[in-house]
Every structure is written in structure tokens, then in C-alpha cells.
Design a binder for this molecule. Structure first.
Ligand code: ZN
Length: 324
């Protein structure tokens, strides 16, 4: 495909005006530190969009629903520098060293792309659990404009309109869930531990038990994360999966030369969702590998552990905002 995106214009003027103003890192990064991202703008699995400098992706399978707004951010279009350059949405701690000022501005860009105020965003508190929170109106702003009132939450589910769920990723699988019949949405952070423990199927169960969803109605999506060649593990981790999943050999391979195992987490998630009742044709996958595209995505493995975090975000629009 000839068309590429996620390119930052060198001629664009800095947003920070004034004589001694800081240079805009969004422009700096394009000129000095990274070549432009090189993934096609559109395939059958995703579409790249741009708002100002910010580039984000959507699933065509979810785009067709008017009441739904969703996206996955790239690293292009924010204000952070260094390994977090430029659109880091992490909390600026540990592996994503960043300042509160940068984060606030980057959250502003996310909210803008969703067409809402930051006060409507609700973030997870990710610790590789399978805990899923039923998000209500009272959670508005948690992790965005105020402290979170909960901990150890790797999945979010809601039927509230105008409340935007957010999970954070840099290699770990984002899973989107949408029930167009019952009007319920969910997002899961499914890293390898969460995938091992089956947070995806737990979300389906929860949507069924708490919101009356029929798994056969659900549309799911797997966002950018490690591909089957890039999730490389040693025997100890492979044994955990093999012990839990009888069909392990069908979604993994062993490379004797390197003495490493390669696990296809996209396929495992597909299998988890379908065994929970989701129709296989209703599980979309962007088929984008974060580690192989570090110009476009943050990647824990691709950046040696120091990286920013990208956001999966999804919202049911308030009735008055639905496009006709
Ligand atoms: Zn890969």
C-alpha cells in the first residue's frame, strides 16, 4: 500500500509561542529523533485517523455503530519527550517517566480526539489482575482529572453514556467489547498474565451476568500488541500456558535453536472469547505488532523497558450527540 500516515510535518509551527518558549517536542521528535511511522493508513483491520498532530486508530467493525466512539492512540501527537515521546498517557511513574504537566496535556489531546472533556474519562489501575470494575457516573474523571478511588482494576465495563473507559498499553493486548443490543461497553488490559488468567472471557461472563448481555451479540476487538513472532518466552512461562490450555500447541511454537517459545496471544484471546460464546467472526484484530512498529507505538520489549503508554478508549455517546 502506497499511502502512509503518522507523519509529522516539519514545517508546522510550534504551538508554544513566544521568544524563549519551549520547543514543541511533537515537532522535535519528528525532525531529530524518529523517522515517520510507516504503517498503511488503512487496511481491512484498522483505520488511522488524524486530529491536528495526533494519530489514532479505530476498528472498521466498530466504526459502523453510531452510538459508539472508540480509538487506540499511537505515540504520535503528544507533548512528552525521551522514551515517552510524544503521546504518553501513563501515570509518569516507573517505566514511563514523565511529568504531570505533560500527562495533563496528553490527556487533553485524548479527550479532544474523543470529542469530550477530560472529566469524562475513567482510567484503570492496572496490576495484571482479572478484576473488572462496573463503572458508573460517580467514577467520572478517575485517573484523568482526579485520583482513582479504586485499585487493582484491569478491566472496565459500563452502560453509562458519555463516560469514556480507558486502559493503558505498551505491548499488552487491549480488548474492546461492545454489545449493540444491550448498549454495554467493556475494555480489558490483557497482558500475558491477564491473558493466561482469561480476563477476556471473564469480561464476557460479567457482561452477561451484570448487564444481561448475550455473548452471541458481542462485537470484540484486539488492538495493537505483540504478534506471534514477538511474544517470546522461556520454558517457565510456556509451561504456565501449557498447564492451563490443552490446545497450547495449536497457538504456540518452540524454536529449538533459540530454546524459546513463541505464543500467539491474539489467537489465544480469540479462542477464549469464542469459548465464552462470542462468534469468531465477531472478534476483530488490528493485526498490528507494537514491537515491530516502535515509530508508531510504544513497546515495552521494543524500547528496552522504558516507554510511554498508549490508551484504548471507548464511550457510548450521549443520545443528543449521536450523529445522524
Ligand atoms: Zn511482532
Amino acid at each position: 500500500m502506497a499511502e502512509y500516515f503518522c507523519r509529522m510535518s516539519k514545517s508546522r509551527k510550534s504551538l508554544c509561542s513566544g521568544g524563549a518558549a519551549r520547543k514543541d517536542p511533537r515537532t522535535l521528535s519528528a525532525v531529530n529523533t524518529r523517522r515517520p511511522g510507516m504503517i498503511p493508513q488503512k487496511t481491512e483491520n484498522y483505520e488511522m485517523h488524524r486530529r491536528g498532530e495526533a494519530c489514532y486508530l479505530t476498528f472498521p467493525q466498530l466504526d459502523r455503530y453510531q452510538e459508539l466512539r472508540h480509538l487506540f492512540t499511537t505515540r504520535c501527537g503528544g507533548f512528552s519527550e525521551g522514551p515517552c515521546a510524544t503521546w504518553n498517557l501513563g501515570f509518569g511513574l516507573g517505566n514511563d517517566p514523565d511529568t504531570p504537566e505533560n500527562r495533563a496535556r496528553n490527556i487533553g489531546v485524548l479527550a479532544e480526539c474523543m470529542g469530550i472533556c477530560p472529566e469524562n474519562l475513567v482510567f484503570t489501575w492496572q496490576t495484571h489482575t482479572t478484576n473488572i470494575r462496573n463503572v458508573t457516573e460517580e467514577d467520572r474523571g478517575c485517573g484523568a482529572t482526579r485520583e482513582r478511588t479504586y485499585q487493582d482494576v484491569d478491566g472496565l465495563v459500563t452502560d453509562c453514556r458519555g463516560v469514556a473507559l480507558v486502559t493503558l498499553h505498551a505491548d499488552c493486548n487491549p480488548i474492546y467489547f461492545y454489545d449493540p443490543r444491550r448498549h454495554v461497553i467493556g475494555l480489558a488490559h490483557s497482558g500475558w498474565r491477564g491473558t493466561l488468567d482469561g480476563i477476556g472471557s471473564r469480561m464476557v461472563d460479567k457482561m452477561q451476568s451484570d448487564y444481561g448481555c448475550n455473548p452471541g451479540d458481542l462485537i470484540c476487538g484486539i488492538g495493537p500488541s505483540l504478534c506471534r513472532n514477538c511474544f517470546e518466552v522461556d520454558a517457565d512461562v510456556a509451561e504456565l500456558f501449557a498447564g492451563r490450555y490443552g490446545d497450547f500447541s495449536e497457538f504456540s511454537r518452540y524454536d529449538g535453536g533459540r530454546n524459546k517459545y513463541y505464543i500467539d496471544l491474539w489467537e489465544l484471546i480469540r479462542r477464549q472469547l469464542t469459548s465464552a460464546g462470542v462468534r469468531r467472526e465477531n472478534v476483530a484484530c488490528m493485526e498490528l505488532c507494537t514491537k515491530e512498529n516502535t515509530d508508531v507505538f510504544f513497546s515495552h520489549r521494543g524500547q528496552g523497558g522504558k516507554r510511554g503508554l498508549m490508551a484504548a478508549c471507548m464511550m457510548l455517546t450521549p443520545p443528543e450527540q449521536e450523529e445522524v
